[in-house]
Design a protein around this ligand. Structure first.
Ligand SMILES: Nc1ncnc2c1ncn2[C@@H]1O[C@H](COP(=O)(O)OP(=O)(O)O)[C@@H](O)[C@H]1O
Ligand SMILES: [Mg+2]
Length: 258
C-alpha cells in the first residue's frame, strides 16, 4: 500500500520543501521506498535532490498535461530508494492550462491511480498557494502534514488553509485528514519558539495531532540543498538529520498504532 502525504502550507518559507526532501530521505534510509512529487514551479525539491532543473525533459508538468507517461516522469535521485517527479518553471503555466480541463482537480489523482505505484510513501511538496495545483494535491492525497514555522505570524492564514481542506472534503468528496502539525525552524533557546509552540497547541486543542518531534533551526538543513543533496547524506550526525530521522520513526510508529 502506498501512502500519499501532502506537505501543505500556503505560507512560503515554513519548511515544506525541507520537510518533503529530508523526511523522504530519512524514510528511504529506513528501507522505505519514497517518491517526492515536486509541485512547486520553483523546483526547489528538484534541485535539493541533485537534479538540474534546466536539464530535465519530463516533469510533473508534462505528466499532468499528458505529454509523458508516469514512468517517464519519475527520476532517480542521489539517495537510494528515493525517486522524484521533478518540476521547473514550466509548471507555472499548468494552472491556466489545467483549469480548462473538465474535472481539473482530479488530474493528479487519476495519474497516480493508473499505475501500480510500488512506493511506500509519496510526498507531495505543495506550492505556496491554495490554487489548482494544491487542489490536485489535496484530492490525490491520503493525508496532509502542516509545517508551521516558529515565528510570530505562524498561525496567520491557518484558517484559510483549514477552510480549503474542508471544501475539498465537502465539495469534492475527497477525505483529507491532517496527519499532523509539524513545528519547524524551532530554536529551544528563544522565548518566541516556545510561545509559538504553546500557541499552536492552544489553536488546535486536541483536534489535531502535533508531532512530538520539532524540527530545530539548523544551518546544515539550509546548506545541504546547495550541494544537491538531502541533509542525511550531507551531514549524517547534525541535529537536523537526527530530527528528521526521529520524525520518520514517529510516523512509522503512528501507522503501527492505527
Ligand atoms: N529547520 C531548518 N533550519 C534551518 N534552515 C531551514 C530549516 N527549514 C528550512 N530552512 C531554510 O529556510 C528556507 C525555507 O525553507 P523551505 O523548506 O524552502 O520552505 P517552503 O518550501 O515552505 O517555502 C530555505 O532556505 C531552507 O533551507
Ligand atoms: Mg518549497
Amino acid at each position: 500500500m502506498t501512502e500519499i502525504i501532502t506537505i501543505l502550507n500556503q505560507k512560503g518559507g515554513c519548511g515544506k520543501t525541507t520537510t518533503a526532501v529530508n523526511l523522504g530521505a530519512a524514510l528511504a534510509t529506513l528501507d522505505k521506498t519514497v517518491l517526492i512529487i515536486d509541485m512547486d514551479p520553483q523546483g526547489n525539491a528538484t534541485t535539493s535532490l541533485g537534479i538540474q532543473k534546466s536539464e530535465i525533459d519530463n516533469t510533473l508538468y508534462t505528466l499532468l498535461t499528458d505529454k509523458c507517461t508516469f514512468q517517464e516522469s519519475v527520476k532517480e535521485t542521489v539517495v537510494p530508494n528515493m525517486y522524484i517527479i521533478p518540476s521547473n518553471i514550466s509548471l507555472s503555466g499548468a494552472e491556466i492550462e489545467l483549469s480548462k480541463e473538465i474535472g481539473y482537480p482530479y488530474i493528479l489523482s487519476e495519474k497516480l491511480r493508473e499505475y501500480e505505484l510500488g512506493f511506500d510513501y509519496i510526498f507531495i511538496d505543495a506550492p505556496p498557494s491554495l490554487g489548482i495545483l494544491t487542489l490536485n494535491a489535496l484530492v490525490a492525497t491520503d493525508s496532509v502534514i502542516i509545517p508551521i514555522q516558529s515565528e510570530f505570524y505562524a498561525l496567520e492564514g491557518m484558517a484559510d488553509l483549514l477552510e480549503t481542506i474542508k471544501l475539498v472534503e465537502s465539495r469534492l468528496k475527497s477525505p483529507c485528514p491532517i496527519k499532523g502539525i509539524l513545528i519547524t525552524l524551532y530554536d529551544a533557546r528563544t522565548r518566541l519558539s516556545k510561545d509559538v509552540s504553546k500557541n499552536v497547541k492552544e489553536f488546535f486543542k486536541d483536534s489535531e495531532y502535533i508531532f512530538n518531534e520539532k524540527i530545530p533551526r539548523n544551518v546544515k538543513l539550509a546548506e545541504a540543498p546547495s550541494f544537491g543533496q538531502p541533509c542525511i547524506t550531507y551531514d549524517t550526525e547534525c541535529p537536523g538529520t537526527k530530527a528528521y530521522i526521529r520524525l520518520a520513526k514517529e510516523i512509522i510508529q503512528l501507522e503501527g498504532e492505527e
